[in-house]
Write a protein that binds this ligand. Sequence first.
Ligand code: NAP
Length: 316
Amino acid sequence: MTAPDIIVTAPLPPFLYDPLKAAYRCHDYFQASDKPGLLAAEGGRVRGLVQGGGSVTPTDLLDRLPALEIISVFGVGYDGVPVDYCRRRGIRVGHTPDVLTDDVADVAVGLVLMTGRGFAKADRFVRAGEWERRGPELTTKLGGKTAGILGLGRIGKAIAERLAAMKMSIAYTGRQAQPGVPYRFVPDLKALASLSDFLIVACPGGAATRHLVNADVLAALGKKGTIVNIARGSIIDEAALVRALETGTVKAAGLDVFENEPKVPEALRSMDNVVLLPHVGSGTNETRKAMGDLCLANLAAHFAGEPLPALIPELR
Ligand code: NAP
């Protein structure tokens, strides 16, 4: 039997790309200098597509892949996949939930500690030799403060467990209250922001959540409040966030994701009360390997005619 043709639209680590190349006829669309030529020559044969969690797959690319059966996302977020289009065409979509939850939650806690306790700033203080001239600034006690979580899903719950262990109070919002969850549900995001010392964004990206955290929400969070985002840059109106930080409307920000990655606004880069990470939520060797294995397992199950280990919920 000939190996199925797979098109790859994102840079992949060797522990995923090597086994992919061993099992399939791979076409590297991401690296290809002549993308239209690649599609004209191979597009008709392609049965699978592998993309990154942050990559966007436009429908006009999918239109050029008439035999496509499956998209396997190397990531949990699939806001870059046109799900309704895939449903219409019967294209299955797999992703990599669960295996990255703990790592991403760790990053959220790291951002709460770095902003609240000022660790990034304190590190710069020591490196600059400032400690020999004066004492460090006092910071904010975390125990007893309230963390409001936007999107209490797998990652949101793992963040809540960690912050509860640090004696913070937890509240959350989402499209509905979750039965059996020991945290306070606040249906309105602005109301959640008003009562939060840390507003933590952990919901999916995409059209439904675009700029959910806008100037009004940031004003409700107010001077006492820090925004933390480990989900998707699109969920926060970044221009409104820059203005809120410049005017002191909010206290601080800890961000792992941005609207136009890898571009980060210069204004954010020059602020002392902002901690910036280069989208490292799932970026450990162990977790990326587990994500790669699940990405491969989704493809293997599909081509064996079996249910996917992790089909996205909308297509179940
Ligand atoms: P999940 O289990 O599906 O949880 C998502 C949560 O968001 C659910 O609790 C859902 O609750 C809520 N939600 C969905 N749509 C919403 C809306 N329109 N408004 C408000 N809340 C909404 O997903 P997960 O595994 O926790 O992952 C969450 C996101 O984290 C991913 O989609 C991805 O974008 C991001 N992520 C980032 C990194 C990184 O490297 N920084 C790594 C992995 C994942 P309801 O259904 O009750 O609304």
